[in-house]
Design a protein around this ligand. Structure first.
Ligand SMILES: *Cc1c(COP(=O)(O)O)cnc(C)c1O
Length: 389
């Protein structure tokens, strides 16, 4: 017998706030309730056929069966570079300014290992995708949470970050279009970020996972299109959300070559890249995707309209997102986030995510993902109406 003791890095992890919700969800499902799950940010639709067909053909080619290159196929990184040229209007050197990732989560989780020393501060938004904070902790860094408040359009108030924190800050994570608030960033905000980064020597890591999930003609700006961005930061991106490819694990980081290079150095010592047949399919995904994007946006626009309108008719203050597949809404008066979400699950069999699970400033909100058909959303609304709150 030996004593199995977890490392401090695991012991220091913040409590998993969705544990109680996961338990209740399993309990309700076990009772045979027809659960409508709006909790998970994972597209319900399949990957488009032409991408699957390309993968199937590539999987039969022996040249793709060997260890992939660490930084990604040149052809994949060239496709990323073409994507930036077409979509963002900037030219990237695919050899030095792009690195492939096994999903963007992998790169986000690894980047602090390349640049953060114990004692260094990493600025992370809150509420947020949890990986920014956890990756910082794993690297021994100190996360400083920048609250995303409604009164600021869910953008961090850069002027509110204390000087002593800025002096120790080495890295900043941002994510627009944003999960979970569905907020979008302005070019002016990104300009302020670059000015702050230059002044205080802070690397900026922008998570652009929802770049193409946009509605009503809105086009989300890339951080890298702002003059000066390439000198201070990188952008994380993935095929997961845009092409219904969450299970495939393919993404990239692009931008400043020293930052990209540092991340690549960590990765080459940990993983061995992405199955090349998946990269070949990824190239196909990015090319000639206008019809696909229109189709995908149409699906989510319809769902969004149903849910936002329906919630508002029920008296719930729901934001109408210009981007992402999330609806961020205020919990009705008298409830906490956890209390409302628990009530919803028990009374209606609907799963929503409590805002505080993404960080304290998310208290008072809940998130619903547009990952079910409009008829199911109608059904969810009818149940809420019947149950009351
Ligand atoms: C879904 C999501 C990602 C994408 O993760 P992959 O690892 O590329 O599948 C990244 N950031 C945020 C904020 C997300 O919601």
């Amino acid at each position: 017998m030996i004593t199995i003791e977890k490392a401090d890095r695991l012991k220091q992890l913040p409590p998993y706030l969705f544990a109680e919700l996961d338990r209740k969800k399993a309990e309700v499902k076990a009772k045979g309730v027809d659960v409508i799950d709006l909790g998970v940010g994972d597209p319900d639709q399949p990957t488009p056929d032409h991408i699957i067909d390309r993968m199937a053909a590539a999987a039969r080619e022996p040249r793709y069966h060997r260890y992939p290159s660490y930084s990604g196929l040149n052809s994949f990184r060239e496709a990323v570079s073409r994507w930036y040229e077409r979509r963002v209007g900037i030219t990237l050197d695919p050899r030095q300014e792009v690195v492939s990732l096994i999903g963007s989560k992998e790169g986000i989780a690894h980047i602090p290992l390349a640049f953060v020393n114990p004692g260094d501060v990493v600025l992370v938004p809150s509420p947020a995708y949890p990986v920014y904070k956890i990756a910082t902790l794993f690297a021994g860094g100190t996360p400083y949470e920048m609250p995303l408040l409604e009164k600021n359009g869910f953008l961090p108030d850069l002027a509110a970050i204390p000087a002593a924190i800025l002096a120790k800050a080495k890295m900043m994570f941002l994510n627009y279009p944003n999960n979970p608030t569905a907020a979008t960033a302005t070019l002016d905000f990104f300009k302020e970020v670059i000015a702050l980064a230059e002044k205080h020597n802070i690397m900026v890591c922008h998570d652009f996972a929802y770049s193409e999930m946009t509605y009503d003609g809105y086009e989300a700006p890339s951080f890298l299109e702002i003059p000066g961005a390439m000198a201070v930061g990188i952008e994380f991106h993935s095929l997961s959300k845009t092409y219904n490819m969450t299970g495939w694990r393919i993404g990239w980081a692009a931008g400043n070559k020293e930052i990209v290079g540092g991340l690549g150095q960590i990765k080459s010592n940990i993983d061995s890249g992405i199955f090349e047949a998946i990269q070949i399919a990824g190239i196909t995904a990015m090319e000639d995707d206008a019809a696909w994007l229109a189709h995908m946006r149409g699906i989510y626009t319809e769902r969004r309209n149903v849910l936002v309108q329906g919630l508002r008719e029920l008296g719930i203050d729901a934001h109408n997102p210009k981007a992402t597949f999330y609806v961020w809404a205020k919990v009705p008066a008298g409830y906490t986030s956890a209390g409302f979400v628990a009530h919803l699950l028990e009374k209606t069999g609907i799963v929503a995510t409590p805002g505080n699970g993404f960080g304290d400033p998310g208290e008072g909100y809940f998130r619903m993902a547009l990952t079910v058909a409009p008829e199911r959303l109608q059904e969810a609304l009818a149940r809420i109406k019947q149950a009351g709150f």
